[in-house]
Unconditional design. Sequence first.
Length: 136
Amino acid sequence: MASVFWDAKGVVFVDYLPKGKMINGEYYANLLKQLRQAIKAKRPGKLTKGVLFHQENTPAHKSVIAMATVRDCGFQLVQHPPNSPDLAPSDFNLFPNMKKQLAGKHFTDDYHVVSAVDAFFEEKEETFYTTGIQAL
């Protein structure tokens, strides 16, 4: 499973969950800390201007430790309505397009899957990501 953090310019950080692991509040909080470092490196000045952060209402995302980490990272949380039938932006922009591109391909191991997913994200123009954000 991939956790993808992106903005209107492109992918900022991707985490691939190791086999046998589950995302819980602690794991997700650690991802948020890594995301903050990635923003600092890839989007200089963005943290001081402010980061609007959108996430789904999954239990790991809403856990006490995760919510504290969102605040500690200085992110301003954009509320996702509870029990909303609306999909997260990754579900209607990123992943469907990635599925189309990878459809019918066979991979011999996880490394090749990760490489194909990374290549998909890297080859997309900035307009692809901007359109996804504007669709919100």
